[in-house]
Ligand binder design. Structure first.
Ligand code: DGJ
Length: 543
């Protein structure tokens, strides 16, 4: 009898140890609920394991999703402290033979993601990759008649697939649905949290398809979905109940027709995947100048540029997010892009950007607006033979921000969703900026030591964020800047001081104190932030 009890005890202990280790390995996925986007009062949250989540991401180079390339990708992920890797999967590899699917690369990525305790966003490189069809399987490339490219205005060939080809759309949808079905089966713990459908779709070199078939469609009627009064009004067009593309959209007809066609095709693919496994889906966009309203032949026409976001929303409801790839480092343009893609009907997410300090500052603006992710492109060495020290140095501007944000990622996501964060980023003129906080106004100046030096930063790379926790209680985050406060409104004219400025970091939902900043560290107006970002829990008081 004693022996049986001993044996049972032993088995129970073994089971408990096994369960604990499973919990550890899969700690990235506690609740098992499927990731999803929620919206409240025009703000969004990305729920992973049922809680708001921010992707502190990095994207691998285009040809780095192969097993032999992954060690350097994981090195980059680790050295930059990312919690999410965006990595391509390739239609040409997955369906190298018609109808035969090989998911070995997906398996490898998912397995290694789990081993590194990092989430994945898979990028479905398929009909479109930067406007071309270069990731279509060989068997499709060899049949140009069945899977044609578009034709330019003067009949010239254009290196961009036609969005009017049913056969290509069905083939892509079938393959994408197979990928999603495989993920559903093989990834119950949701290592993969989101999927990008295609990559920067649209066309370079022609505003639309001018082939005979496309021309016929273009001369036909605008689809009823686009003729809804609210849609036409938002597009600044007269409300009509029917008309051809030219009649309804005038000078914008060519681009809108192409945007509709590309979006409709991709929406079909997204819907096919979602029907199998409803992970959040997004489409990334090569941008146009967001301020100058340039002609469509100067950028990638048909993609989800800021002027056609609504057309994409209407044409592709299965796509949750239209996401800007930000490669314009100037603050006026970059901030405008962020503003334009942050809409009640669109969750803000920057899936590609640069990794230098000039780009790193925009992370603050994105998170302040409740954006759900930020991800510099090309994090790995791409087979160039750089030393690990070089890669670490290249990624340092992002790494230091992610290191600070990682332990407070859940708080940050919740604060962003609740609208509690405000941010400023240093502009090219290095001018001071103010942040209104009810009874207080913060003034942020930018300089290397964060303050007393009269010299501005050599480049516009400073940034600051304020989380308002209460009337007088704030979390200040930033680098290369200096904060001071002024009592305003009902506080105007009152004497004031810092009640307490606590430096530390959030861990498992609680703030852990490193030190109280006082004396030189808060005098001359307020706290300074040097090159390394810091988190200051700050309380003010009037006297
Ligand atoms: C944007 C694309 O989406 C990426 O795949 C890559 O081609 C980069 N451009 C290169 O800068």
């Amino acid at each position: 009898m004693k022996n049986i009890v001993k044996k049972i005890r032993f088995v129970v202990i073994l089971l408990a140890v096994a369960l604990m280790s499973v919990g550890k390995i899969y700690s990235q996925t506690g609740s098992g609920t499927i990731p999803k986007i929620i919206e409240k009062n025009g703000r969004h949250a990305f729920l992973v394991d049922g809680q708001p989540f921010i992707m502190l991401g990095g994207q691998a180079h285009n040809s780095s999703g192969w097993p032999g390339m992954l060690p350097q990708v994981w090195f980059a992920v680790k050295t930059m402290n990312a919690n999410t890797l965006e990595v391509p999967i390739y239609w040409e590899q997955i369906e190298a033979q018609t109808g035969k699917f090989d998911f070995s690369l997906v398996d490898t990525l998912v397995k290694q993601g789990r081993e590194h305790n990092v989430h994945l966003v898979l990028l479905w490189f398929a009909t479109w990759k930067n406007g071309s069809n270069h990731y279509m399987p060989e068997w499709m490339k060899r049949e140009a008649g069945k899977y044609p490219n578009i034709t330019g205005r003067n009949g010239q060939p254009v290196d961009s697939p036609s969005p009017h080809t049913q056969a290509a759309m069905e083939a892509d949808a079938k393959a994408f649905a197979a990928v999603m079905g495989y993920l559903k089966k093989s990834d119950p713990q949701h290592t993969v949290i989101m999927v990008q459908v295609e990559n920067e779709p649209g066309s370079w070199g022609s505003v639309r398809d001018y082939s005979a078939e496309a021309q016929k469609l273009f001369e036909g009627q605008v689809p009823a979905e686009l003729l809804k009064p609210e849609v036409l009004k938002a597009l600044n067009r007269p409300v009509v109940s029917k008309g051809t593309w030219i009649e309804v959209f005038g000078d914008n007809a060519d681009e809108y027709f192409h945007a509709w066609s590309v979006a409709h095709y991709i929406g079909y693919i997204g819907a096919a995947g979602k029907a199998v496994y409803p992970l959040p889906l997004y489409v990334n966009a090569a941008l146009r100048d967001p301020i100058k309203n340039p002609p469509a032949n100067t950028y990638e026409s048909g993609g989800a540029t800021d002027n056609v976001l609504l057309i994409w929303k209407v044409a592709a409801p299965a796509i949750d997010i239209l996401a800007p790839d930000i490669y314009m480092s100037g603050s006026e343009q970059a901030l405008k892009v962020i503003e334009l893609y942050d809409r009640p009907d669109n969750t803000l997410f920057v899936p590609e950007t640069g990794s230098s300090q000039e780009y790193a500052r925009y992370m603050y603006e994105v998170f302040a607006r409740g954006g759900i992710g930020f991800s510099p492109f090309g994090i790995d060495d791409n087979g160039q033979g750089a030393s690990e020290a070089d890669i670490t140095a290249r990624l340092a501007p992002i790494a230091q921000e992610y290191e600070m944000f990682s332990p407070m990622m859940r708080e940050l996501a919740k604060w962003g969703f609740e609208g509690k964060i405000k941010a400023v980023v240093e502009r090219e003129d290095h001018a001071a900026q103010t942040i209104d906080l009810g009874k207080w106004q913060a003034t942020v100046t930018f300089s290397p030591g964060g303050g007393r030096s009269s010299q501005p930063n050599t480049k516009p790379i400073g940034k600051a964020m304020v989380v308002q926790l209460g009337e007088n209680e704030f979390v200040l985050i930033g680098s290369l800047c200096h904060f001071t406060f002024h009592p305003v409104g009902v506080n105007a004219g009152k004497a004031w001081q810092y009640l307490k400025v606590e430096e530390g970091k959030y861990e498992n939902g609680t703030f852990k104190l490193l030190r109280i900043r006082n004396g030189d560290e808060t005098d001359w107006g307020g706290p300074r932030f040097g090159a390394l970002p810091a988190v200051l829990h700050t309380t003010l008081i009037t006297r």
